[in-house]
Design a protein around this ligand. Structure first.
Ligand SMILES: Nc1ncnc2c1ncn2[C@@H]1O[C@H](COP(=O)(O)OP(=O)(O)OP(=O)(O)O)[C@@H](O)[C@H]1O
Ligand SMILES: [Mg+2]
Length: 266
């Protein structure tokens, strides 16, 4: 896998209005009522991110990590609490406003890359723009640039089946960056990758955050992943139990620190 040269700079600064937080969640609650018994997934979770960078969310299985990420990404609604992302109060938006906000300001990457198997890499990257009614010419130029900066210039016409897992995930990241979001959310983005590809992916996410001055917020259960983040939040039983800066920490120190706040490593 070729990840260099890694010039990810687009010249576009994040779109956060000055003074506003990239992410601010206050007392967010979410109960799922789909099963026989309600599940309180979030019980008043709060967190704040004011500076660009690569951030992690850790916590044991079922603690509410994905739920929080989905709510911050505007993919689901909280029952109560306030959520501000990229300068906008998303908990107060109607469906149409939320859809536009998600499309223009937010990128999301999942463990499963969710690429369309019938489209090649460049068409997968362009898809959100096509759906948005954008002109094909500028879109294609942008998609090609993104694939290039992610080391995939020579894979643009490959369909997903002809790409490795790491390459597919980079296509998914290129797609998430199409509209120059100021926040990129990632839920266990390396869950389906081997350790060498995972390591490259974490370095790439860190480089993206720095060079584009954006926030990358990643859910992970891997201490090696969290060691690439500048700050890690730990969720316990639906609440953000705390957070710590990881500067200079090895993965083993990080496990001790995170488990002190209630995160078991799986
Ligand atoms: N759609 C849903 N319907 C009902 N319960 C749900 C739903 N999604 C999640 N839950 C429950 O909410 C709780 C929090 O789930 P969540 O997916 O946020 O955990 P997580 O921290 O991401 O866990 P993991 O590390 O296993 O991915 C869990 O108890 C889970 O079973
Ligand atoms: Mg999860």
């Amino acid at each position: 896998m070729n990840t260099s040269p890694m010039n990810l700079s687009s010249g576009a600064a994040a779109t956060k209005p000055s003074g506003a937080a990239f992410i601010c969640a206050r007392a967010v609650r979410k109960t799922y009522r789909t099963g026989e018994r309600p599940v309180e997934a979030l019980r008043g979770a709060s967190l704040e991110i004011r500076e660009p960078g690569f951030y992690g969310i850790m916590g044991s299985s079922g603690s509410g990590k994905s739920t929080l990420l989905y709510l911050l990404a505007g993919l689901d609604r909280p029952d109560s609490g306030e959520i501000e992302v990229a300068g906008a109060r998303i908990d107060q938006m109607n469906e149409r406003e939320l859809t536009l906000h998600r499309r223009k300001r937010i990128g999301v990457v999942f463990q499963q890359y969710n690429l369309l198997p019938t489209l090649n890499a460049i068409d997968n990257v362009m898809l959100p723009g096509i759906l948005d009614g954008a002109a094909r010419g500028p879109l294609e130029k942008r998609a090609r640039e993104l694939l290039g900066t992610l080391g995939l210039a020579d894979r643009a016409t490959h369909r997903p089946e002809a790409l490795s897992g790491g390459e597919q995930q980079r296509v998914a990241i290129a797609r998430a960056l199409l509209f120059e979001p100021s926040v990129l959310f990632a839920d266990e983005p390396t869950g389906a990758l081997d350790s060498a590809n995972s390591e490259r992916m974490w370095k790439m996410l860190d480089a993206l955050a720095h060079e584009r001055q954006m926030v990358v917020l990643m859910v992970t259960h891997e201490p090696a992943a969290a060691a690439h983040c500048k700050h890690v939040f730990v969720i316990r039983d639906g609440i953000v139990a705390g957070g710590f800066d990881t500067k200079g920490m090895h993965a083993s120190d990080l496990v001790v620190r995170a488990s002190g706040l209630g995160s078991e490593t799986r």
